[in-house]
Design a protein around this ligand. Structure first.
Ligand SMILES: Cc1ncc(COP(=O)(O)O)c(C=O)c1O
Length: 405
């Protein structure tokens, strides 16, 4: 048997808590192979310390603005109850929820109603009726229809309005990750509807306390100039609402996906907010999902089929796009890494899953050290929008989740 290669130079994604030691991958001080022996594969492993340090880093950045700030975690990114309980128990942040079930789960994990902000789309009457018993819940409305139906049921309530500034940002040039922009989207109230929305709110004596926007996912430094333009646009909306006390800038902060990506510079990000809103007295709210949990998660898999077809070296693993869907639907690169660095030349491999669909490919032609069948592979950046978006397609939806503290 080959012994691990301990002579490697560092990979771009290595950090304290996720690194090779003597050629073996460690996650929060634990060898990956030991985790796999105990829990098997496929298993999502999440790092509690990383989640906490991501939150602390964000809070530090927010404290550089002169505005009071509140952080809500977008639980749609990952609703693993031990993660939510850790956040609630340690009072790390509030919750951004987008369905009544999410509100109930957050509540059952220990978040007080007042710490939950609700922003959803296509809100039904049944949704509203399930939400209204949560008296302390803050609801942002993303359509005039929602305003009207909420107003009928609970006139006089304090609410938020989600706007659509008709500009978006996302990872790279990826339009699939834009929630507003050139194409008309379902999210939020456009400028031309805004006066009507204010009038409907007034009809029902709804007090608009919060302006909300979320314009896309995964933005990094290159996108900050566009993001600043979006904030300027939002400021024009804000000026029209005298009762406004808070501004919710949504989520969307990205993490590096490849070695060509630089981490988001949170100082620059906070400077943008300060430049645009520093002269207001609004409370600032942000509700990131990706930034908090994505790089805190690994998906541990077993290579089961290593074979060259024509000139492509395929590595088949024991899970598919149904439990880690972002590469397939958003074309987001998901890097696989090996648990054991075998000595030898790197060669390009195509890592694919066990689902009978042509799009079931995690990455194409990606250089990896030698891999043998039964080796463990970890997909990095698997902490967000993977387990939470999983399906049982092909009846292969089974996986485990562990939170490493
Ligand atoms: C309204 C809203 N807020 C926050 C988020 C979290 O986004 P991200 O995980 O990119 O930070 C989303 C994601 O879709 C969203 O729709």
């Amino acid at each position: 048997m080959n012994t691990p290669d301990s002579t490697h130079t560092h990979f771009w994604w290595e950090r304290a808590g996720l690194e090779y030691r003597e050629g073996l991958l460690f996650f929060e001080g634990k060898p990956i192979d030991a985790l796999v022996k105990r829990f098997g594969t496929p298993t999502f492993a999440y790092s509690a310390p990383r989640i906490e340090s991501n939150i602390e880093r964000l809070k530090r950045a927010l404290s550089q603005t002169c505005l009071d700030a509140k952080l809500f975690y977008a639980m749609k990114a990952n609703r693993f109850a031990p993660i939510l309980s850790q956040m609630a128990g340690r009072g790390l942040c509030g919750i951004d929820a987008c369905s009544p079930e999410e509100v109930m789960l957050a509540s059952s994990c220990g978040f007080p109603e007042e710490a939950i902000s609700y922003t959803a789309t296509a809100v039904s009457n049944q949704d509203l009726e399930r939400l209204l018993p949560f008296k302390g819940l803050h609801i942002n409305c993303d359509a005039i229809s929602t305003l009207r139906r909420l107003g009928k049921r609970d006139p006089g309530r304090a609410i938020g309005l989600r706007i659509n500034p008709a500009m978006g940002v996302g990872y790279g040039e990826n339009e699939l990750l834009h929630y507003s922009g050139d194409a008309t989207t379902k999210f939020g109230i456009y400028e031309e509807q805004f006066d009507e929305a204010l009038a409907v709110a007034a009809d029902y004596h709804l007090t608009i306390t919060t302006l909300h926007l979320h314009t896309g996912c995964g933005y990094l430094n290159t996108q900050l100039p566009v993001w600043e333009k979006i904030l300027l646009q939002a400021k024009d909306f804000a000026k029209k609402i005298p009762s406004l006390t808070a501004l919710n800038l949504g989520g969307g902060l990205g993490v590096p996906h490849t070695q060509n990506d630089l981490p988001l510079d949170l100082n620059r990000w906070a400077e943008v907010i300060q430049r645009v809103f520093g002269d207001t007295r609004l409370t600032l709210q942000v509700e990131p999902g990706d930034y908090i949990v994505k790089d805190a998660g690994l998906l541990l898999l077993t290579a089961n089929t290593v074979e060259t077809r024509q000139s492509t070296r395929f590595v088949g693993v024991n899970a598919g796009f149904n439990i880690a869907i972002e590469p397939a639907i958003y074309a987001l690169p998901f890097e696989p890494v090996v648990a054991c660095l075998r000595p030898g030349k790197k060669e390009p491999v195509t890592v694919c899953g066990n689902i009978n669909e042509a799009l079931d490919i995690f990455i194409k032609s990606h250089p990896l050290p030698p891999i043998l069948e039964e080796d463990t592979i970890a997909l990095i950046n698997a902490g967000a929008y993977a387990s939470s978006m999983s399906s049982n397609h092909c009846m292969r939806g089974t996986f485990r989740e562990i939170l490493i503290r």
